[in-house]
Design a protein around this ligand. Structure first.
Ligand SMILES: Nc1ncnc2c1ncn2[C@@H]1O[C@H](COP(=O)(O)OP(=O)(O)O)[C@@H](O)[C@H]1O
Ligand SMILES: Nc1ccn([C@H]2C[C@H](O)[C@@H](COP(=O)(O)OP(=O)(O)O)O2)c(=O)n1
Length: 226
């Protein structure tokens, strides 16, 4: 059988733009691996909270950054995440972790550690990988074959998120989301940003299926040109 060269896809953007749903579906459809880098930052945040590390003290976070062992499973049909062998896929989604993840992920020692993990997972993916996050196209995988930057209006993003968190107030969700975007975009070390060579896709008026089809087409074009 003819071997297909590995393809590396970076998908970045703020919360609720559809990164996870799109990346998982594109990877599954094209037989690629999948990595949710936000889950890794959430996992290290969960460990800091669970172990009583003072989240307001960046030097305490930096000192502890090397301690937890974070393992991500990259099958898009069944993504997994463990910390020191414990499945943390549910506890990393709590409000407590969500409210603290931007502070923890702004610490350079945390980013260095997680970025190394991300690069080694991408290098190990034989057929290629879809990696989603905030700084994948700019910092983690600047040589990715395809870079996508997803956007959507704050209203659309808040409506999508509060649809997931049953009973959550849309306005409160919108405010929390805007606050996290500002923290993620404003930090010194690899902030949320669109790479110069990324394709920007505004998903406000698109269905998830339309976004998936758009990205699949772009990946197939890149593959054909390789
Ligand atoms: N284009 C879209 N239209 C409507 N809902 C969407 C769209 N893209 C994603 N969603 C929904 O919005 C929510 C957030 O999507 P998700 O993929 O988790 O975003 P992100 O990873 O960027 O935070 C999910 O419930 C998802 O099903
Ligand atoms: N590559 C990344 C991915 C996520 N982060 C940080 C910043 C984000 O607010 C948190 C959580 O990311 P996640 O993608 O899980 O967030 P949402 O699903 O969009 O709510 O992690 C980061 O700093 N760099």
């Amino acid at each position: 059988m003819e071997s297909v060269p590995a393809v590396i896809v970076a998908i970045d953007g703020p919360s609720g733009t559809g990164k996870s749903s799109t990346s998982k579906a594109v990877a599954a459809q094209l037989g690629l691996s999948y990595l949710d880098t936000g889950a890794q930052y959430r996992a290290i945040t969960w460990w800091m909270v669970t172990n009583g590390i003072d989240i307001d003290d960046p030097s305490a976070i930096a000192d502890a950054a090397g301690k937890p062992e974070i393992v991500s499973g990259t099958d898009p049909e069944r993504p997994t995440i463990t910390v020191d062998g414990t499945d943390v896929s549910a506890p990393i989604r709590t409000q407590e972790v969500t409210a603290r993840v931007s502070a923890v992920s702004a610490v350079p020692e945390v980013r260095t550690r997680i970025t190394e993990l991300q690069r080694s997972l991408a290098a190990a993916a034989e057929r290629g990988i879809v990696v989603e996050g905030r700084d994948i196209g700019t910092t983690v995988l600047p040589d990715a074959d395809l870079k996508i930057f997803l956007t959507a209006s704050p209203e659309a993003r808040a409506a999508r998120r509060s649809g997931e968190l049953k009973g959550a107030d849309v306005n409160a969700t919108r405010e929390a989301l805007i606050k996290r975007d500002a923290a993620d975009s404003g930090r010194k070390t690899s902030p949320l940003a669109k790479a110069d060579d990324a394709v920007e896709v505004d998903t406000t008026e698109l269905t998830l299926q339309q976004v998936i089809e758009c990205v699949v087409t772009l990946v197939e074009e890149k593959r054909a040109a390789k």
